[in-house]
Design a protein around this ligand. Structure first.
Ligand code: SF4
Length: 255
């Protein structure tokens, strides 16, 4: 994540204010993302988020489809044997751990919420809902805020995954050591109604430009706004390299 530097309070405030120009420039680069017409079911989204941990979009989606083919309604997972789930989701990796989490989450959801449909969840104030969701074993801030953002259509929710965490820290908007700490610091700073746009555009940016290894600082629209000590002015793009920026991109709402 680069060397840490001690910054004055004034500099920290200035860095936080960079969120708005960052959002504007990403909008210029990627546009305003458009939501799917139909929001995914909240329990489908919750399970899909667990399946997405430590794997890629394609394998996570395959695991989801396999699980759905046997359990069309995920609430039935409350009675499932984790071992049979493990086989179905093996393609998504760390299947033993995920299968136990999935059965436990489905069981706790039934106990804690009774109904886990959009209307019932939307009646709970967002902060309380995040607290209730993170009270479930295996559900952290990222998963909880994904449920709010994608399944409830809450444009103030702001999930922080590894991409979002890495970029906000490199730029210097936050100085935190984990995605959860970044979430806690930044959640109230997201301009009202812009959680979906900023989240989606940061993830695109993290996959295409500000990648974990060898970020394309030389092709970065945020270069002058970025505090990262290790940002590099690398050689100019080779012929055709810009085309490689196009990558397949799939969000959790596509379950
Ligand atoms: S300058 Fe480099 S490190 Fe900074 S945001 Fe751009 S790509 Fe990321």
């Amino acid at each position: 994540m680069g060397k840490r530097v001690i910054r004055s309070n004034a500099k920290r405030v200035a860095a936080e204010k960079r969120l708005i120009p960052v959002a504007r420039r990403l909008r210029d680069l990627f546009g305003v993302p458009v939501r799917k017409r139909k929001l995914p079911d909240p329990l489908d989204l919750l399970i899909a988020t667990i399946l997405s941990q430590n794997t890629n979009d394609i394998n996570s989606h395959k695991a989801f489809v396999n699980l759905k083919s046997v359990y069309p309604d995920f609430i039935e997972l409350t009675d499932a044997n984790p071992r049979s789930i493990e086989k179905l989701i093996k393609v998504g990796g760390i299947a033993k751990k995920k299968s136990k989490t999935i059965v436990s989450v489905a069981t706790e959801v039934k106990k804690t919420f009774g109904r886990f449909d959009r209307k019932s969840l939307a009646s709970i104030p967002p902060d309380q809902l995040v607290d209730k969701l993170t009270g479930l074993d295996g559900v952290g801030y990222k998963t909880a805020s994904c449920v709010l953002l994608f399944a409830l259509g809450d444009d103030d929710a702001f999930p922080v995954d590894t991409h979002v965490h890495r970029i906000l820290n490199r730029i210097g908007i936050v100085h935190e050591s984990t995605p959860d700490k970044t979430y806690v610091t930044v959640r109230d700073k997201i301009p009202s109604g812009m959680g979906y746009e900023i989240h989606i555009n940061l993830i695109k940016f993290g996959r295409m430009i500000c990648t974990a290894q060898r970020p394309r600082c030389y092709d970065c629209t945020l270069y002058d706004l970025c505090d990262w000590d290790e940002k590099v002015e690398a050689p100019p793009l080779k012929t055709g390299e810009r085309n490689q920026l196009k990558v397949d991109f799939m969000t959790l709402e596509e379950v």
